[in-house]
Design a protein around this ligand. Structure first.
Ligand SMILES: [Mg+2]
Length: 190
Protein backbone atom coordinates (compact mmCIF):
# COMPACT_ATOMS: atom_id res chain seq x y z
CA UNK A 1 0.00 0.00 0.00
CA UNK A 2 1.00 3.60 -0.42
CA UNK A 3 0.94 5.43 2.90
CA UNK A 4 0.88 9.24 3.09
CA UNK A 5 2.10 10.63 6.40
CA UNK A 6 2.37 14.07 7.97
CA UNK A 7 5.67 14.94 9.67
CA UNK A 8 5.23 17.57 12.37
CA UNK A 9 3.65 16.24 15.55
CA UNK A 10 2.84 12.98 13.77
CA UNK A 11 6.26 11.32 13.39
CA UNK A 12 8.27 14.05 15.15
CA UNK A 13 7.97 16.05 18.37
CA UNK A 14 7.95 19.32 16.48
CA UNK A 15 6.05 21.51 18.91
CA UNK A 16 8.62 20.81 21.63
CA UNK A 17 11.45 21.85 19.31
CA UNK A 18 9.54 24.97 18.30
CA UNK A 19 8.96 25.91 21.95
CA UNK A 20 12.65 25.77 22.81
CA UNK A 21 13.38 28.33 20.09
CA UNK A 22 10.22 30.30 20.78
CA UNK A 23 10.97 30.88 24.46
CA UNK A 24 14.48 32.02 23.60
CA UNK A 25 13.13 34.49 21.05
CA UNK A 26 10.25 35.62 23.26
CA UNK A 27 12.73 36.71 25.93
CA UNK A 28 14.22 39.16 23.43
CA UNK A 29 10.74 40.72 23.03
CA UNK A 30 8.37 41.20 25.97
CA UNK A 31 8.93 37.78 27.60
CA UNK A 32 5.17 37.25 27.84
CA UNK A 33 5.41 33.48 27.36
CA UNK A 34 2.58 31.31 26.06
CA UNK A 35 -0.72 33.16 25.88
CA UNK A 36 -2.76 30.35 24.31
CA UNK A 37 -2.55 26.60 24.88
CA UNK A 38 -3.92 25.68 21.46
CA UNK A 39 -0.57 24.38 20.21
CA UNK A 40 -0.79 26.63 17.17
CA UNK A 41 2.91 27.36 17.18
CA UNK A 42 3.65 31.11 16.78
CA UNK A 43 -0.01 31.93 17.41
CA UNK A 44 0.46 30.69 20.98
CA UNK A 45 2.56 33.81 21.66
CA UNK A 46 1.63 37.49 21.60
CA UNK A 47 3.87 38.18 18.61
CA UNK A 48 2.95 40.60 15.84
CA UNK A 49 3.08 39.52 12.20
CA UNK A 50 6.44 41.23 11.86
CA UNK A 51 7.79 39.49 14.96
CA UNK A 52 6.58 36.12 13.65
CA UNK A 53 8.35 36.75 10.38
CA UNK A 54 11.55 37.77 12.19
CA UNK A 55 11.37 34.64 14.34
CA UNK A 56 11.42 32.30 11.35
CA UNK A 57 14.13 34.28 9.58
CA UNK A 58 16.44 33.34 12.47
CA UNK A 59 15.03 30.14 13.93
CA UNK A 60 13.50 28.30 10.96
CA UNK A 61 16.45 25.92 10.54
CA UNK A 62 16.88 25.19 14.22
CA UNK A 63 13.18 24.77 14.89
CA UNK A 64 12.36 22.36 12.02
CA UNK A 65 15.84 20.82 11.80
CA UNK A 66 15.94 20.24 15.55
CA UNK A 67 12.84 18.09 15.87
CA UNK A 68 13.16 14.63 17.41
CA UNK A 69 11.56 11.58 15.83
CA UNK A 70 8.91 9.86 17.92
CA UNK A 71 10.47 6.56 18.95
CA UNK A 72 7.40 4.40 18.47
CA UNK A 73 6.78 6.02 15.08
CA UNK A 74 10.27 5.11 13.85
CA UNK A 75 9.88 1.51 14.90
CA UNK A 76 6.54 1.11 13.08
CA UNK A 77 7.68 3.02 9.97
CA UNK A 78 10.66 0.69 9.59
CA UNK A 79 8.38 -2.30 10.01
CA UNK A 80 5.94 -0.99 7.38
CA UNK A 81 8.76 -0.29 4.95
CA UNK A 82 10.23 -3.78 5.51
CA UNK A 83 6.82 -5.25 4.77
CA UNK A 84 6.93 -3.58 1.36
CA UNK A 85 4.70 -0.54 1.87
CA UNK A 86 5.54 2.71 0.13
CA UNK A 87 5.91 5.73 2.43
CA UNK A 88 5.43 9.28 1.22
CA UNK A 89 5.59 12.23 3.60
CA UNK A 90 3.07 14.97 2.92
CA UNK A 91 3.96 18.09 4.86
CA UNK A 92 2.77 21.68 4.74
CA UNK A 93 6.26 22.88 5.68
CA UNK A 94 7.28 25.76 3.42
CA UNK A 95 10.14 28.24 3.31
CA UNK A 96 8.09 31.00 4.98
CA UNK A 97 9.94 33.77 3.12
CA UNK A 98 13.23 32.86 4.77
CA UNK A 99 16.58 31.88 3.29
CA UNK A 100 15.97 28.31 4.44
CA UNK A 101 14.69 25.49 2.26
CA UNK A 102 11.97 23.46 3.97
CA UNK A 103 12.67 20.57 1.59
CA UNK A 104 16.45 20.53 2.22
CA UNK A 105 16.06 20.79 5.99
CA UNK A 106 13.53 17.95 5.95
CA UNK A 107 15.71 15.70 3.76
CA UNK A 108 18.75 16.34 5.94
CA UNK A 109 16.69 15.38 8.97
CA UNK A 110 15.40 12.20 7.29
CA UNK A 111 18.96 11.09 6.60
CA UNK A 112 20.27 12.06 10.05
CA UNK A 113 17.73 9.86 11.81
CA UNK A 114 17.48 7.14 9.15
CA UNK A 115 13.79 7.78 8.72
CA UNK A 116 12.44 5.36 6.11
CA UNK A 117 10.92 7.13 3.11
CA UNK A 118 10.17 6.76 -0.59
CA UNK A 119 9.27 10.38 -1.20
CA UNK A 120 8.97 13.69 0.63
CA UNK A 121 6.58 16.39 -0.58
CA UNK A 122 6.67 19.83 1.05
CA UNK A 123 4.37 22.87 0.74
CA UNK A 124 1.22 20.74 0.86
CA UNK A 125 -1.49 23.04 2.10
CA UNK A 126 -4.26 21.02 0.49
CA UNK A 127 -3.33 17.50 1.54
CA UNK A 128 -6.54 16.00 0.20
CA UNK A 129 -5.47 17.07 -3.30
CA UNK A 130 -1.98 15.64 -2.81
CA UNK A 131 -3.38 12.34 -1.49
CA UNK A 132 -5.58 12.04 -4.60
CA UNK A 133 -2.74 12.99 -6.94
CA UNK A 134 -0.35 10.53 -5.29
CA UNK A 135 -3.06 7.84 -5.07
CA UNK A 136 -2.35 7.04 -1.44
CA UNK A 137 -4.29 4.23 0.21
CA UNK A 138 -3.74 5.44 3.77
CA UNK A 139 -3.29 8.98 5.13
CA UNK A 140 -2.11 9.76 8.68
CA UNK A 141 -2.09 13.28 10.14
CA UNK A 142 -2.58 15.02 13.49
CA UNK A 143 -4.53 17.83 11.81
CA UNK A 144 -8.26 17.43 12.26
CA UNK A 145 -9.06 19.66 9.26
CA UNK A 146 -6.71 17.80 6.89
CA UNK A 147 -8.18 14.49 8.05
CA UNK A 148 -11.76 15.73 7.72
CA UNK A 149 -11.18 16.88 4.14
CA UNK A 150 -9.27 13.80 3.05
CA UNK A 151 -11.79 11.45 4.67
CA UNK A 152 -14.39 12.64 2.13
CA UNK A 153 -12.70 10.20 -0.25
CA UNK A 154 -13.92 6.72 0.51
CA UNK A 155 -10.96 5.06 -1.22
CA UNK A 156 -8.51 6.58 1.26
CA UNK A 157 -8.26 5.20 4.78
CA UNK A 158 -7.64 8.28 6.93
CA UNK A 159 -6.27 7.95 10.45
CA UNK A 160 -6.32 10.94 12.81
CA UNK A 161 -3.23 10.76 14.98
CA UNK A 162 -4.71 11.64 18.28
CA UNK A 163 -1.98 12.54 20.76
CA UNK A 164 -3.03 16.20 20.93
CA UNK A 165 -6.56 15.83 19.60
CA UNK A 166 -8.28 14.15 22.51
CA UNK A 167 -10.51 17.21 23.04
CA UNK A 168 -11.52 17.38 19.36
CA UNK A 169 -14.93 16.07 18.37
CA UNK A 170 -14.11 13.94 15.33
CA UNK A 171 -15.85 10.87 13.91
CA UNK A 172 -14.94 10.95 10.22
CA UNK A 173 -12.44 8.08 10.33
CA UNK A 174 -10.47 5.98 12.84
CA UNK A 175 -8.44 7.76 15.51
CA UNK A 176 -5.23 6.31 16.83
CA UNK A 177 -3.44 7.37 19.96
CA UNK A 178 -0.23 5.43 19.41
CA UNK A 179 1.77 4.18 16.42
CA UNK A 180 1.00 0.60 17.43
CA UNK A 181 -2.68 1.39 16.98
CA UNK A 182 -1.91 2.86 13.56
CA UNK A 183 -0.05 -0.32 12.63
CA UNK A 184 -3.00 -2.47 13.70
CA UNK A 185 -5.43 -0.39 11.61
CA UNK A 186 -3.20 -0.76 8.55
CA UNK A 187 -2.86 -4.51 9.13
CA UNK A 188 -6.62 -4.86 9.40
CA UNK A 189 -6.93 -3.45 5.87
CA UNK A 190 -4.77 -6.14 4.27
MG1 LIG B 1 1.18 17.91 11.89
Amino acid sequence: MKIGIDIDDTIADSYDSFLKCAFEYDKTLRNTGIVSKKRLYHYDFDWTEEEISNFYKVYFGRSFGGVTPKEDAMEILKKLKDEGHQIVYITSRNNMDTKFSAYDITMEWMRKYNVPYDEVITECNDKEAICLREKVDVFIDDSESQCTNTARNKDIMVILYDEFNMHVDYDKSPRANTWNEIYNIIKSME
